[in-house]
Design a protein around this ligand. Sequence first.
Ligand SMILES: Cc1cc2nc3c(=O)[nH]c(=O)nc-3n(C[C@H](O)[C@H](O)[C@H](O)COP(=O)(O)OP(=O)(O)OC[C@H]3O[C@@H](n4cnc5c(N)ncnc54)[C@H](O)[C@@H]3O)c2cc1C
Length: 316
Amino acid sequence: MLVIPPSFKILHDLDQESLAVRIERCGRLCYKSEDKITEDSAPPFIRRILKHGHNSVAEMAILTLKVSPGGEADVTKLCGALPKYLHIDRVEKELLISGSVRAFRELYQAHPNLKIVKGITRYLHTRHPLFFEDIVPEKGIVRQGGIVVEKIPLEDVEQLPAYLLAKHRFVAVTFTVNRAVTHEMVRHRPCGFLQESQRYCRYSENKFGSQLTFIKPLFYKEDSEEYGLWEEAMVESERIYLKLLETSTPQAARTVLPNSCKTELIVYANLLQWVHMFKLRTSKGADPSMREVMIPLLAEFKKLFPAVLSHIFAEE
Ligand SMILES: Cc1cc2nc3c(=O)[nH]c(=O)nc-3n(C[C@H](O)[C@H](O)[C@H](O)COP(=O)(O)OP(=O)(O)OC[C@H]3O[C@@H](n4cnc5c(N)ncnc54)[C@H](O)[C@@H]3O)c2cc1C
């Protein structure tokens, strides 16, 4: 067995990638099949994922659009449709709309006849056909009908004033932590999540070192009696897990695995939601194993986005 400390990584590199590359890289974390990525593996991977309804993978890429509506009626109708998981702001005569590929797909699926939704989807379908080919009629949808849509690059999103930056700048972080911590993180409902799957990963395979990996518990000193007992429990659960794998599937064998198992989780949220999580998860009442990663992560966010975070989390 392997024992490692918890860690996190802000996925800056993915911010520079195409939506398809980004979605594949994140989606493959579930299966730990990143080794299967090639120059042309993204489209078939994405088609398969969408077909099977593994929908949270499509939450891993965010688009920010500037939309000039045809008229006031379009705005009223769009807001009246109460789009789920889209962030909409009025900036003078235009709308600033941010959301994931999934949110834009489901906007069209729920409201295919709204003129403004048709205009937005037509733009997205032209620019990113891979994500809309299964839901948009073969010949493409309809005319854009006076709706003008433009994609806002990340560099321009970063120039927005703080109140808009907080809503429209999304940040993805991969956590390598134990499963008790990820269980707490996934309670934050507005985020997008993807997690390494114990149903699909067979830890007896070579690529996992034919062993289990556990996260070092911060509660016990390494030379203490308690640490010795914890270690004993991990050795035993690994032994039983590997024995069960000889005759059963990973999803069956995983039922003996403990909270200390290492797992990877991608959390993708806008800054407003990160602020909410930092408030709850760095406080003295939070789980110490959660604070262990969230306190240093907050320090990173404060450096990256001072306009949004510094006045909320003043130096202690
Ligand atoms: C110290 C601590 C102890 C905890 N102990 C327990 C425990 O013993 N047992 C337990 O089950 N949980 C526990 N929790 C989890 C906690 O109750 C929340 O589920 C978790 O922190 C997610 O945060 P949230 O609900 O504020 O909002 P998020 O899910 O992060 O949502 C963000 C915002 O979305 C809105 N929102 C989302 N969904 C809804 C909804 N359905 N209705 C209304 N508004 C919504 C709210 O405005 C909310 O502020 C604990 C959390 C902490 C920090």
